[in-house]
Design a protein around this ligand. Structure first.
Ligand SMILES: Cc1cc2nc3c(=O)[nH]c(=O)nc-3n(C[C@H](O)[C@H](O)[C@H](O)COP(=O)(O)OP(=O)(O)OC[C@H]3O[C@@H](n4cnc5c(N)ncnc54)[C@H](O)[C@@H]3O)c2cc1C
Length: 428
């Protein structure tokens, strides 16, 4: 490494770190990245002709806010209308549950509709309270409670409502009533359409962003291993020391705090209170069959299945699987120690869903995990974050991106914030 000191030391070459560096006016920056490739959790890994993201990574862009991202790289981003389903009681039904009650059998439909019309006005602000107040006990009991418990690994009663509601579609009353008589037919929610590179991958997108930068300032396979807050010195591979004016980190806040030496005991205590959800998921390559279902992803709420969401990359972009095959991801609600164990648990579901006829249809499988995939908004969440961030600010350390900021956000939002941060530092 040539450079031993820098104005901006950026830890992590995911979309946040790369975008931030690109929009800085100054050339005095350095990225150190743990892995051999840039992209972080937005990168793509291709194996035996199948391409896998870190579970579905679809770009969500909001007009006037982050739609600049569409023209940011040389790639053509195709706009895709979401095709989402729910696997419920042995059938596929349209998503979201709350506006498609017409798909349920009569007694369940009436229960959900009656409870919706008599929904309580609860005072509390837990996720459970907010869901019950918005949707009533029927929709809560049959979809929202089991699905969210599997997704977060924590009961909605123990989570903050405002944070977790961000990604729950909230239709008005008439849409629920209309959906109970004939299904709503129109897609609701933040992700009703999205973008993905045509004949390419999110990994290609990340490479395009990385290629905008001066590569002599981008150090791959150079992890941040230690931070000395007093001397503003970071350590990397082989004990290499780098002095910084500001350190911008983009990976898990909990992991970052464990690298900081001489933290005040109070801050250490708050760091220990951060709860992250580890996500286990299976990459699958399967042979296509006559019964193939044309959805992009499918929600699986029922607790007897150890999967809460199943997506098909190649349904969005066919080049993500070899001809005659599909590439899939299955997000798992329990930890598994190896691929074989996870496959055994999911095969019956794949057959029920008509995605495979028998196990020979599975031609590629691999278990992977994301350690702090979701920051869990439990009782300690707001206080711990507030105390840690105000401490980090005083020592010139800036968290950037979903995992560092310990919140729920998307690639588009993270890139937007990275650009905004660069603009504000350029002007300071
Ligand atoms: C399950 C899941 C599904 C998602 N689906 C979507 C989706 O459909 N659409 C969407 O827009 N967003 C989605 N996201 C969000 C998306 O992953 C993030 O917005 C995006 O990855 C944020 O990029 P980042 O650069 O902030 O972090 P990251 O991509 O995590 O980049 C951080 C980088 O830091 C590196 N690093 C780690 N430790 C060190 C170290 N010690 N030293 C140096 N470098 C280090 C990592 O290798 C990585 O390259 C999803 C996230 C998850 C967890």
């Amino acid at each position: 490494m040539q450079k031993k000191s820098t104005k901006y030391l950026i830890a992590g070459a995911g979309l946040s770190g790369l975008t931030f560096a690109d929009f800085l006016d100054s050339d005095d920056w350095l990225i150190i990245e743990k892995e051999r490739l840039p992209g972080g959790y937005s990168a793509t890994d291709c194996q035996e002709g199948f391409c896998f993201d870190w579970t579905g990574h679809w770009l969500h862009l909001k007009k006037g806010i982050n739609d600049w991202i569409r023209d940011y790289t040389k790639l053509h981003l195709q706009k895709v209308e979401r095709k989402a389903k729910i696997w419920f009681r042995g059938n596929y039904m349209p998503y979201p549950f709350q506006t498609n009650l017409a798909s349920l059998d009569r007694s369940l439909r009436l229960e959900c509709l009656r409870e919706f019309l008599q929904r309580p006005r609860l005072e509390g602000n837990s996720f459970a309270d907010v869901l019950l107040s918005n949707f009533g006990r029927g929709i809560y009991k049959h979809f929202l409670l089991p699905y969210n418990s599997k997704l977060w690994g924590v009961s909605p009663e123990k989570m903050d409502g405002e944070y977790a509601m961000k990604y729950v579609p909230r239709p008005d009353e008439s849409a629920v009533i209309e959906g109970a008589s004939k299904g709503l037919g129109k897609a609701l929610g933040y992700n009703n359409c999205f973008y993905y590179p045509r004949r390419g991958t999110m990994g290609d997108f990340c490479h395009q962003v990385a290629s905008r930068l001066d590569e002599s300032n981008l150090y791959l396979d150079w992890p941040l291993t230690k931070v000395d807050l007093d001397s503003k010195t970071a350590q990397s591979r082989g004990g290499q020391q780098i002095n910084y004016e500001k350190l911008v980190f983009t990976f898990s806040l909990a992991d970052f705090m464990s690298l900081c030496h001489s933290l005040p005991p109070r801050i250490k205590q708050y760091s220990n209170q951060l709860t992250g959800r580890k996500i286990y998921f299976l990459d699958l390559g399967i042979k296509d069959n006559l019964y193939a279902r044309h959805f992009h992803w499918c929600y699986i709420p029922e607790p007897q299945y150890k999967v809460y969401r199943l997506g098909q990359y190649s349904e969005v972009e066919p080049s993500l699987a070899p001809a005659g095959c599909r590439s899939l991801y299955l997000e798992l609600s329990s930890p598994f120690s190896n691929t074989r164990e996870a496959l055994e648990a999911v095969e019956p579901l794949l057959k029920e869903m008509n995605l495979i006829n028998d196990s020979k249809d599975i031609v590629f499988s691999r278990l992977r995990s994301i350690s702090d995939g979701y920051a869990v908004p439990d009782n300690n969440y707001y206080q711990a974050r507030k105390e840690i961030f105000s401490f980090l600010k005083k020592v010139d350390i800036i968290p950037l991106g979903r995992f560092a900021c310990w919140r729920y956000s998307s690639m588009g939002e993270d890139m937007h914030r990275a650009r905004e941060l660069a603009f504000s530092l350029n002007n300071s």
